[in-house]
Design a protein around this ligand. Structure first.
Ligand SMILES: Nc1nc2c(ncn2[C@@H]2O[C@H](COP(=O)(O)OP(=O)(O)OP(=O)(O)O)[C@@H](O)[C@H]2O)c(=O)[nH]1
Ligand SMILES: [Mg+2]
Length: 288
């Protein structure tokens, strides 16, 4: 890695990774995610994934499940046939624990992409953040969910509310994101900030950013152009660098790879931590 590239001034690589990740330590991140339990029994940690069409939201959920179960999954229905938005319903994805048959306390919602013109109305994302969108609601790009709709949840419980907002973005198309999409992301971000919901970004498809990453995922933090992309994204939408996580989702492979797992699990560990802080903050507020 580093040594080979460090001589030339214009080297596209850093001589040392700019962020530390312990590649041999997949097991501890895995255990951390597996062992996570909210302080209150019955509490769910709800993770809402949003982002442009085809960014890899569904693939990320599948990848987390694959990493946890040590085998490939395709439950969230990844679409690779069309560029049209595929995820249309508000669906909660739960991951079953292998041994006990019970579910992990964190759940995912994967919502229809933020297409510049046809995507999900931003107001619907805002309603989802507050827990007002019922399961199976079919998003309609033409009209927003209204209070008299049967899918409008008038009295959301703490479990219905979103505890972490994750923006999923394709690292390769960041710079081509339309102004409208950026506006939508910012708009949702502002709403989440008002609600104090923590926010994270996942940059996907890093294998397509640079051949050295495709060849060896461990080069993720030595390739300069990926760091530049992360910085660009951070500056554009205002998510700090330490809340941005590059990942490669499972897409065509049939076997798991421990380096791919390491990035996925490291991102999940942070997502869980941020969400847990928010749940505890909310509980403290309501008690105090
Ligand atoms: N090379 C590569 N391909 C990926 C990665 N993540 C997702 N893909 C592919 O990108 C395509 C879109 O992924 P999805 O997970 O369906 O994207 P989505 O964000 O759920 O899309 P919508 O539901 O339509 O908004 C699929 O063909 C995936 O296999 C990645 O990290 N690397
Ligand atoms: Mg999807």
């Amino acid at each position: 890695m580093g040594g080979k590239h460090s001589k030339s001034k214009e080297s596209p690589f850093f001589s040392k990774p700019w962020r530390e990740i312990n590649w041999r330590d997949r097991q501890s991140a895995l255990q951390y995610v597996k062992d996570y339990r909210p302080q209150t029994d019955g509490q769910q940690l709800r993770i809402l994934l949003h982002g442009p069409v085809g960014a890899g939201k569904s693939s990320f959920i599948n990848s987390v499940q694959s990493a946890l179960h040590d085998r490939m999954y395709a439950q969230a229905l990844v679409d690779n046939t069309s560029h049209n938005c595929f995820t249309k319903r508000y669906t909660t994805y739960k991951i079953r624990k292998e041994k006990t048959g019970t579910f992990y306390p964190f759940v995912f919602n994967d919502i229809m992409g933020l297409d510049p013109d046809k995507g999900i109305p931003v107001s619907d994302v805002k309603l989802a953040l507050k827990g007002h969108v019922k399961e199976d609601y079919r998003f309609n790009p033409e009209s927003a969910l209204s209070e008299d709709d049967q899918f409008y949840n008038k009295q959301p419980t703490n479990n219905d509310k979103v505890h972490v907002l994750v923006c999923v973005i394709n690292a390769n198309t960041l710079s081509q994101m339309s102004e409208k999409t950026v506006e939508k992301i910012r708009d949702i971000r502002i709403e989440a900030r008002k609600l104090r919901i923590p926010q994270v970004a996942i940059l996907t498809k890093i294998d397509e950013v640079h051949p050295e990453i495709k060849e060896n995922i461990q080069n993720v933090y030595t390739v300069k152009c990926l760091k530049e992309k992360m910085e660009l994204f951070s500056a554009t939408v205002g998510i700090p660098m330490n809340c941005i996580f590059p990942v490669k989702n499972y897409e065509s492979e049939i076997d798991l790879n421990s380096d791919v797992d390491a990035l996925i699990l490291s991102a999940m560990k942070h997502i869980i931590n941020f969400g847990d802080d928010y749940i505890n903050f909310n509980n403290d507020q309501s008690e105090g």
